[in-house]
Design a protein around this ligand. Sequence first.
Ligand SMILES: *[C@@H]1O[C@H](CO)[C@@H](O)[C@H](O)[C@H]1NC(C)=O
Ligand SMILES: *[C@@H]1O[C@H](CO)[C@@H](O)[C@H](O)[C@H]1NC(C)=O
Ligand SMILES: *[C@@H]1O[C@H](CO)[C@@H](O)[C@H](O)[C@H]1NC(C)=O
Ligand SMILES: *[C@@H]1O[C@H](CO)[C@@H](O)[C@H](O)[C@H]1NC(C)=O
Ligand SMILES: *[C@@H]1O[C@H](CO)[C@@H](O)[C@H](O)[C@H]1NC(C)=O
Ligand SMILES: *[C@@H]1O[C@H](CO)[C@@H](O)[C@H](O)[C@H]1NC(C)=O
Ligand SMILES: *[C@@H]1O[C@H](CO)[C@@H](O)[C@H](O)[C@H]1NC(C)=O
Ligand SMILES: *[C@@H]1O[C@H](CO)[C@@H](O)[C@H](O)[C@H]1NC(C)=O
Ligand SMILES: *[C@@H]1O[C@H](CO)[C@@H](O)[C@H](O)[C@H]1NC(C)=O
Ligand SMILES: *[C@@H]1O[C@H](CO)[C@@H](O)[C@H](O)[C@H]1NC(C)=O
Ligand SMILES: *[C@@H]1O[C@H](CO)[C@@H](O)[C@H](O)[C@H]1NC(C)=O
Length: 837
Amino acid sequence: MVVPVSIRRRLALFLLAFFSLKLCFGEDRITFSTPINDSETLLCKRGIFRFGFFTPVNSTTRLRYVGIWYDKIPIQTVIWVANKDTPVNDTSGVVSISEDGNLVVKDGRNRLLWSTNVTVQVAPNATWVQLMDSGNLMLQDNRNKGETLWESFKHPYNSFMPRMNLGTNGRTGENLKLTSWRSDQDPSTGNYTAGLAPFAFPELLIWKNKVPQWRSGPWNGQVFIGLPDMDSLLFLDGFNLNSDNQGTVSMSYANDSFMYHFNLDPDGAIYQRDWSTSMRSWRIGIRFPSTDCDAYGRCGPYGICHPRGNPPCKCVKGFVPRNETEWNGGNWSNGCVRRTPLRCERLRNGSSNGGGGGKGDVFLKLQKMKVPISAEQSLANEQACPNVCLDNCSCTAYAYDRGVGCMIWSGGLVDMQSFLGSGIDLNIRLAHSELKTHSKRAIMITAPVLGVALVAAVCVLLACRKLKKRPAEPPKDRSAEILFERMEALTSGNEAASNQVKLKELPLFEFQVLATSTDNFCLRNKLGQGGFGPVYKGKLPEGQEIAVKRLSRASGQGLEELMNEVVVISKLQHRNLVKLLGCCIEGEERLLVYEYMPKKSLDAYLFDPLKQKILDWKTRFNIMEGICRGLLYLHRDSRLKIIHRDLKASNILLDEYLNPKISDFGLARVFQANEDEANTRRVVGTYGYMSPEYAMEGLFSEKSDVFSLGVIFLEIISGRKNSHKEENNLNLLAYAWKLWNDGEAASLADPNVSDECFEKEIQKCVQIGLLCVQEVANDRPNVSTVIWMLSTENSNLPEPKQPAFIARRGASDAESSDQSSQKASVNDVSLTAVTGR
Ligand SMILES: *[C@@H]1O[C@H](CO)[C@@H](O)[C@H](O)[C@H]1NC(C)=O
Ligand SMILES: *[C@@H]1O[C@H](CO)[C@@H](O)[C@H](O)[C@H]1NC(C)=O
Ligand SMILES: *[C@@H]1O[C@H](CO)[C@@H](O)[C@H](O)[C@H]1NC(C)=O
Ligand SMILES: *[C@@H]1O[C@H](CO)[C@@H](O)[C@H](O)[C@H]1NC(C)=O
Ligand SMILES: *[C@@H]1O[C@H](CO)[C@@H](O)[C@H](O)[C@H]1NC(C)=O
Ligand SMILES: *[C@@H]1O[C@H](CO)[C@@H](O)[C@H](O)[C@H]1NC(C)=O
Ligand SMILES: *[C@@H]1O[C@H](CO)[C@@H](O)[C@H](O)[C@H]1NC(C)=O
Ligand SMILES: *[C@@H]1O[C@H](CO)[C@@H](O)[C@H](O)[C@H]1NC(C)=O
Ligand SMILES: *[C@@H]1O[C@H](CO)[C@@H](O)[C@H](O)[C@H]1NC(C)=O
Ligand SMILES: *[C@@H]1O[C@H](CO)[C@@H](O)[C@H](O)[C@H]1NC(C)=O
Ligand SMILES: *[C@@H]1O[C@H](CO)[C@@H](O)[C@H](O)[C@H]1NC(C)=O
């Protein structure tokens, strides 16, 4: 660090949580009367970021810039620059609050070099500037309870930080993007920008002087589907994207580690970096673009880029290079043209051309593709999607992804890539006659779905046979292995059996091993009673601790179906889901083996008068957010959608660091596989957490999980069980509702966490909880909206309506206090109420 640093003042700002941007009290900051000069800096409370003057390392000039960088690490890492194009040429610069209340940078001659430039009409002593622990520099207004007038997170430069939002605002047309530096030594505005493009399906793009260089493919709720290897397992945890379909799209992520960010570098690539303490350097996790094929539109319209191909560009079958000479010479940018016109084109030009209409067009199905740019959105479902395309002559391709929906393209298909691992099926429209020459790969749109399922089932069966002979495989640290297996699973499926799951991915345990590890399911080792059977603690011969769930024999499911389900569930990997390590199926015994959670479950902490003190507000907030992320993953996973159906505090386990992990997910599915997906006669769930439509009518959906989530929120905030009676014999929901209407929502909070600093945030969380438990399922937000509401500082959240079960207060009365299942009957629905421990 070349900057001589002397801290004249220390920011004694008491920030308990970096997501809580509210200032509680503080003495040191930049104010009108306390500017900083070249040799002074600001340091945020937790000492992660520093603000002041710097000169880039290795710079040949001595120009001085004002910026924010990581403190305490030996490599200068600047995350934001104020006067990027107007440096000070000596050490006479000053950062101060100007007469109009703005933060300004001036040189020694008092010339204005940079300003926050907000039009505020305030007395200069009414604003101050503060460097937050998140790395955000905020200009705040004294008079209006610290209203934020300006913040550096809303004026990003080359770094995308945790909890920062990039995106477009449909109303104002504003688009927050990253901009590269000119070079590593020169922080002035470079030629590259990166940000979200407000397409029908939002994508991340990198531009060079406004020309696209790279794109991510559409967002499917979990990942950008045009990025190979980008897997929620690897790094997408915490990513969030919101779109209102009216041009407002925003993206953010929340990595709890501060030493983790994304940069747009001067070379025009986005890097994800995290600090390695042991190596004392930044580790690069991901780089976009990463291959030559990632270069936007490399192969032109209707050309497909194959990363390992030689040459890399090929025309789609049925297309030929537009200019053979250029194409063969290695200039592919003009792409390919259709060899045989589509039927509708021939019809349009009159039947003399091309011998009448002929047979209808067909689709060529290409697997594992990066889909082209500029998809249009259709609301059609999976079955109707191809017809939407066939019905419009200008449609050239369609694709369907569960998380994205039906995408259709018209005109040239630009920027296609064939992936080795991930990617989705792209169906390109061809004239029927093209089919004959390539009949092997072309699939008629009327492909018999049943046949596919049949083949898949047979494969699973065969795989099962083989499996049984395999010895038990002890789980080890498998992250690399899992990655490999996932790749393999994704690349190996043949066309017909693409739904086939690879059973060998799930380790099988021998019953005897599990029995020994738990001392023959000894009561002493019993951890609890889950909805589907008791759970025991076990220890494998290698010493690894595990939790073993012995499923009760209620499942009438066939062995293959069960295995298939379990394998699918075992593939769900998310840091907020308990990891399934393997299973055991021998004779009548069905056991599931999970990672062991030393801190047990949330209810053990939340409702214990002593332990609940450990859960401070920050931890509770983190738990709420984590539950949401796990649930979002279940609801939005692109392979299968899982409604948990029995979400409750005792199903939320806590790891060593009190991070929440949802357990028992997918089991409802295992037990219900042959029942109607939307309406089941056998209700599995727990009183007090069940939504009215589920408890009364057996109807379940994402929104019934959201209801349970809302109950958990209110329990976390209050530290009280929903079943517990509050004053006036109100249940927790009714009590929260009453407080909300009395304008005293924050007083719902557990006295252990209530603190003026968090009052607003607590109030917001109560509001979100109440929104989730509204009577009408459609009124409840979905999980991604809940996550957005948790992170937003926007205080205009919807007003909740009256929660369910206020009138029918008795609904939670029935919770049984022992550990057994009990049955009741409501309106012909057999209710299996299962209580946790
Ligand atoms: C900055 O201010 C400090 C104290 O106010 C002073 O000691 C120091 O000389 C100043 N530095 C410059 C470069 O003006
Ligand atoms: C500065 O230059 C040295 C020597 O050329 C090099 O090792 C170092 O990586 C450079 N630092 C930066 C930040 O570019
Ligand atoms: C800084 O720039 C000003 C004019 O832009 C010039 O008058 C002054 O001499 C320069 N100072 C240094 C130290 O180069
Ligand atoms: C401040 O904003 C106004 C318009 O909003 C613009 O014309 C002016 O150039 C800006 N000034 C600076 C220093 O950015
Ligand atoms: C702010 O400045 C105005 C005029 O300069 C003065 O009257 C007022 O007392 C000041 N307020 C504070 C809180 O210092
Ligand atoms: C940025 O683009 C401009 C105009 O295209 C070009 O003149 C300049 O050399 C480019 N700068 C860099 C650093 O590539
Ligand atoms: C944050 O990043 C670090 C480093 O890449 C990673 O190990 C950790 O799992 C991430 N945390 C979250 C919450 O995503
Ligand atoms: C193909 O491209 C070459 C080189 O750009 C050009 O000379 C030639 O005229 C083109 N041929 C056609 C048929 O357009
Ligand atoms: C490829 O051909 C186009 C014109 O067809 C031309 O503009 C472009 O510069 C060529 N690219 C290369 C790399 O030769
Ligand atoms: C249809 O006619 C137009 C002009 O009349 C021509 O440009 C186009 O190539 C024709 N298309 C087909 C498929 O024959
Ligand atoms: C066909 O698609 C084009 C391009 O998307 C669109 O402009 C047109 O309205 C569509 N036509 C019909 C009949 O839907």
